[in-house]
Design a protein around this ligand. Sequence first.
Ligand SMILES: NC(=O)c1ccc[n+]([C@@H]2O[C@H](COP(=O)([O-])OP(=O)(O)OC[C@H]3O[C@@H](n4cnc5c(N)ncnc54)[C@H](O)[C@@H]3O)[C@@H](O)[C@H]2O)c1
Length: 442
Amino acid sequence: MSTQKAEAPKGKLGVLVVGLGAVTTTFMAGVLATRKGLAKPVGSMTQYDKIRIGKGEDKKYLHYKDIVPLAELDDIVFGAWDVYPANAFESAVNAEVLKAKDILPLKEELEAIKPMKAAFDKNYAKRLDGDNVKDVKDRWDMVEQLREDIRNFKKETGVDRVVVLWAASTEVYVPVDEKIHGSLEALEAAMKADDKEHIAPSMCYAYAALSEGCPFIMGAPNTTVDIPAMWELAEKTKMPIAGKDFKTGQTLVKSGFAPIIGTRCLGLHGWFSTNILGNRDGLVLDEPANFRTKEVSKLSTLESILVPEDQPDLYGHGNDEDTQYYHKVRINYYPPRNDNKEGWDNIDIFGWMGYPMQIKINFLCRDSILAAPLCLDLVLLSDLAQRAGRYGTQRFLSFFLKSPMHDYTKGEVPVNHLFQQYVMLKNAIREMGGYEADEEID
Ligand SMILES: NC(=O)c1ccc[n+]([C@@H]2O[C@H](COP(=O)([O-])OP(=O)(O)OC[C@H]3O[C@@H](n4cnc5c(N)ncnc54)[C@H](O)[C@@H]3O)[C@@H](O)[C@H]2O)c1
C-alpha cells in the first residue's frame, strides 16, 4: 500500500451510481442544492470535519480540503443505472424523502439524469420488476455492456475520472465459494460460463468498473468485492475498492456505543436490535434471502468490539449457547413509515458481582438523509485514494461501513470500533496530504 501524497485533480469527476433510488437521489439532490447555495451538506466529514496536523505548539486543525486535494462539488457529474426507467427527478419524487420545495429548484438537472439499462437478474431481487434491463447473452456479456456504458459516459460528459458507487438494492446472499471467488482466473471462467448462481450482477458492475480504471464502492452488504478474485483485480488494475454496507443508523450507534461497554469493562448478556422501515429497500429486505445478506453484515459489528475470547467473564456467558452474548437483529417492512426508519436497541448488560441492568436506545432516523453524506464522502475519498496511488481494499474507509472489508485470507481482523476507525481515517488523510500519521490524542 502506497503512502504517497495525492496528486491534484484535473477536470471533472464522474460519479456513476448503480441504483437510482431513495439514497442516490437524495445524495444527488443534496450535492446539487449545495452547489446552488440552497442547502448545507450536513453530516459530510469531507465538508465539515477538521483534522489536527502537527503536534504541540505547531498543531493546527484543518478541513480535509486544506490537507488533501479533494475534488470540488462543482466538478461532480452524475450518471446512473436502474431497473426502472424513471429519471432522477421522478425517482426523488417517488422516494418521498425530500419535500417538493427542496426538489423543484433542481428539476432540470435531476431530469437530465436518466438511468442506463441495468445489469439485472430477478433471482437476485425477486421483489423488483422494472423493465429498464439489459438483454445479455451471459455474465461476461453483462460485463462487456457495462464497460461500454462507462466508456460512453466518459466520452459524452468529458469527465476526467469516474467512481462507481453501488447503492442499489441488496442482493440475495452469495456465500464466498473459494473455487469460484478464490482467484481472478476462476471468476472470469465462471463469468464466461454464465454461472448465474455464483456471479451476482453486482460482481459484473465491479469487474467492469475496475477494468475501466474506476474505483468501486459497495454501499450494500453484497459479497461483490469482498472476495480474493476482486482483490486480485483491484491489484492488477491499481484501483481502490471499499465496502460493505453504509454505516448509517443503528449500526453507527452500535459501533459508537459498544466501546463504552467494552472500555468500562461492563458485561454483556445480550443485544437485541429491531427496526421498522417502509421504503423499497425495506420491501426488498422483506425477502428472507435478501435479509440474510443484511443480517450477516449487521451481526458482524459487535463481534470484533466485544470479543468473548479476550474477556470470557464479560462476553463469554450470555445465552447464545453459553459461548457468548446473544445478538439478534431484525428488520420489519412497515410501509407507513416509508424512509423514516425507527430502530430500537435493547441492551442487557451486567455490572459489579454480575448484577443486571438494561439500556434502551430508540433512534427515529431518516435512512437516506443519513446515507447521502456517506455517499459523498466515500466517492470523494476513493477518488483521492486513487490519485494517491492507493489500490485494493481501503481500510481507512471502514469508518463509513457496517461490515468493513479485510483480507481474511491473511487472517486480518475487521476494525469495527468507531473510534479506532476514526484514527485510521485521520491518519490516511494526513498521509495523503504529505504529513506523518500519528496517534496523539487531540
Ligand atoms: N439508507 C441507508 O441507511 C442504507 C444503509 C446501508 C445500506 N443501504 C443500502 O443502500 C441500497 C439503496 O437503498 P435505497 O433506500 O436507495 O433503496 P431503493 O430501493 O430506493 O433504491 C435501490 C434502487 O436500485 C435499483 N436496482 C436494484 N438492482 C439493480 C441493478 N442490478 N442494477 C441497477 N439498479 C438496480 C432498484 O430498482 C432501486 O431503484 C440498499 O441496498 C440498502 O440496503 C442503505
